[in-house]
Design a binder for this molecule. Structure first.
Ligand code: GDP
Length: 415
């Protein structure tokens, strides 16, 4: 049978978690992301009236809240699935489960508090799963915010190679007046006239030129140290094109050798938009992750499932919730193959046949019903009666058990 076209090509999917110490601004940042992305995308299959414009009116009335375990949104021509990660370290098992299903993370820090003990614990958990990350140093407008101190903490406490790609212009309530994109050299400043939340492009302030030049130089040097291709271009002594810098940053992020760092305030637009650009530019797509490894239940032998629509279906249930409107919803991450609404599947964890009911993509403002879900997607299914968090669902003709995947030995937390 001819392969149907996918709604989003695999390389245009980002399954990410926003990871933060409580109070660092995870909720505000996520809501801003959903707000900006919701403004630019009209959901295809929902009933008339469920458009993003309606949602904006609702948003004004009651504010947006993320109630879903995974929320789909759209930036440029990418689909970003934001997987909810618990903010509190007490839910370590839940953090682990969510880290298991996401491909990349945005770690939000409070620009005043910097790296806190809980962030260290979550960082180490993310290391265990090899989750590529970018950092957002938030709240640059607060008294005591210090971008460079935060960078030092990332280096000292998290032992990570930071690569600042956005730097602040000033900090604190009086001083924080904008941000500079280190790759493009564009400076943005707060536009108090038109919209308190917008930051518009300005000429680079004289006072910032030296700081910017130093940041750019350091970025290229660090990239050259960590990436052979950038090193070759660097040694040639020519100006490295922006696209090559971004490609180098992507390779370095995916291999966990370096961490792009951005900053700003989640109250102001430009910083959050640059963060969205960084998510699609540097964080992995499902294609960048290795094939999932599981166990064939009868023979107990190890099997691989290619990250492809052509491979047999396999998925992990990572959250089960009771939705007041639609009933029991099972959130699934599809690792390989595709599944149709109404399909018979095998729950290998419970050695039971199951039937998928309706398939839904959860948006911030709507549930979008789909008839088929592809590799790499995050969806919610109705109708699964005996599937619980952590269970594997798969093609009955090709059984596999994903939960038996062996993880590396835990890293001992130093906190
Ligand atoms: P979470 O616990 O990480 O989800 O944090 P929230 O998003 O709930 O934010 C915690 C507090 O910090 C709230 O009072 C927010 O209004 C505030 N906050 C979030 N982002 C910023 C920011 O960029 N600047 C300032 N000054 N406050 C912020």
């Amino acid at each position: 049978m001819a392969q149907e076209t996918r709604t989003f090509e695999l390389d245009k999917i980002r399954n990410i978690g926003i990871i933060a110490h409580i109070d660092a601004g995870k909720t505000t940042t996520t809501e801003r992301i959903l707000y900006f992305t919701g403004r630019t995308y009209k959901i295809g299959n929902v009933d008339e009236g469920n458009t993003v414009m309606d949602w904006m009116q609702q948003e004004r009335e009651r504010g947006i809240t993320i109630t879903s375990a995974a929320t789909a949104c759209h930036w440029r021509d990418y689909r970003i699935n934001i997987i909810d990660t618990p903010g509190h370290v007490d839910f370590t098992a839940e953090v682990e489960r969510s880290l298991r299903v996401l491909d990349g993370g945005v770690v939000v820090f409070d620009g005043v508090a910097g790296v806190e003990a809980q962030s260290e614990t979550v960082w180490r958990q993310a290391n265990r799963y090899g989750v590529p990350r970018i950092c957002f140093i938030n709240k640059m407008d607060r008294t005591g915010a210090d971008f460079y101190r935060c960078l030092k903490m990332i280096e000292d406490r998290l032992k990570a190679r930071h690569i600042p790609v956005v730097i602040p212009i000033g900090s604190g309530p009086e001083g924080f007046s904008g941000i500079i994109d280190v790759i493009t050299g564009k400076a943005y400043s707060h536009d108090g006239e038109q919209n308190v939340n917008e930051m518009v492009e300005i000429a680079m302030p004289e006072s910032e030129k030296e700081r910017y030049a130093a940041a750019r130089h350091q970025m290229i040097e660090k990239l050259a140290e960590l990436d052979d291709e950038v090193m070759c271009a660097y040694l040639d002594g020519k100006e490295i094109p922006e696209a090559d810098i971004r490609a180098g940053l992507r390779r370095v992020t995916l291999s966990n050798k370096g961490i792009p760092v951005l900053c700003g305030s989640s109250f102001r637009q430009r910083g959050v938009k640059l963060l969205l650009d960084a998510v699609v530019n540097y964080l992995p797509s499902p294609m960048d992750t290795p094939p999932v490894v599981g166990i064939e239940p009868k023979s107990q032998s190890e099997v691989n499932r290619a990250v492809s629509d052509e491979a047999p279906f396999s998925a992990l249930a990572f959250k089960v919730v009771s939705d007041p409107f639609v009933g029991r919803l099972v959130y699934l991450r599809i690792y390989s193959g595709t599944v149709d609404a109404g399909a018979g599947v095998m729950n290998t964890t419970r050695d039971q046949k199951e039937r998928i009911g309706r398939l839904l993509v959860m948006h911030a403002n709507a549930r979008e019903e789909i008839t088929k879900a592809d590799t790499g997607s995050i969806i919610a299914s109705l109708g699964l009666k005996n599937t619980f968090t952590g269970d594997t669902l798969c093609d009955p003709a090709h059984p596999v058990l994903l939960e038996n995947i062996k993880f590396p030995e835990p890293v001992v937390s130093i906190s």
